[in-house]
Design a protein around this ligand. Sequence first.
Ligand SMILES: [Zn+2]
Length: 374
Amino acid sequence: MTTSPSANADPNALLPDSELAFFAPLLPWQQQAWTQLTAPQNQAALPHALLAAGIEGIGKRAFIWRLVAWLLCRERHTHPLGACGVCESCDWLKSGTHPNLQVLPLHSLPMVASEEASASTAKSSKSAAKEGADSPKRTIKIDDIRQLISFVHQGSQGIRVCVFDYAEQMTIGAANALLKTLEEPQPQVHLLLLTDSPAQLLPTIKSRVQQLPLQRIPFELATGYIKAQLGEQVSDAEVAQLLSLANGAPLAAVAMASAPWYSKRKVWLTVWLALRAGKRSAMAASDYWQKELSLAEFTQLTELMLIDLNRIVLGLDSLQPDCEIAAALPAEFLPSIEALDSLAEVIAASKRAIQQNVQEKLAYDKLMQSIAQT
Ligand SMILES: [Zn+2]
């Protein structure tokens, strides 16, 4: 059967995710930041070094890839709302070979990232889990910066764009090597920095870039977006709970709702209560969970439950009213602060174990023992 796209078809509908990153619709809470940056009267004064900072899941990378495409687009002066998607530059982006774009670390480039993701899914979930924070592949080293500086100064034709993802993981040497380039704008060069941990970004870098206003997300826009992504059957209360569990980051809330571990929070609570009551052994519980979730997923689930247990012990409301944790825990059965602290330590150890690719069963058993003692 042959189909011809209708006149109203979304031109992005046929693009793979990796290409869509450059041409995706603007997230609703980024409207103002985009308009300010790209308005025709502001284009001449576009800051040469921009920083997109904030926790994971607020859409910083979506904004930056969109901005990259627009800055490079040949038709940008007549397309203030985003790259045209059809010029030579937009085609280069789609093929992942734009000569005027440099990305550090390279695997942050949407094409490479999606290829690696599918390769690691094909292998095992372990290698995907290893790609966590502080992964050595995320580090930007001094040699990377030196290469990039020669690209900045090569004086080729047209706009050139450099993206520094996980900028907080630049080594001190790399950051120092970059300072001069940040301080002396080169004509037609744009430097775009990204960080999930702005507090860890070196102050010398932070003071030389202009921060994009992407962090403040109105509650209504965030909940409206989550609802649109998850479908109308999700209640307002569920959406609000997801958003608060995700610290107000809408994309993180949507990812959490779709994660295999999120639907197992009540089971976690039941198993934990059975462990504490001595009705189940830690080994049996560990065997059970290993069939349900990977260690990375179970660690994430346990971390979320621990946040709530800490809140309840401190007399605060649970962030997950749907789990009715407080009702299941009479005051005399509350865990001690010390027990919660030592569980937090074992969770941290479990995360390190995931990165070091140690034998999953050992780390799983250890975590379960600590949960049983909490
Ligand atoms: Zn274009």
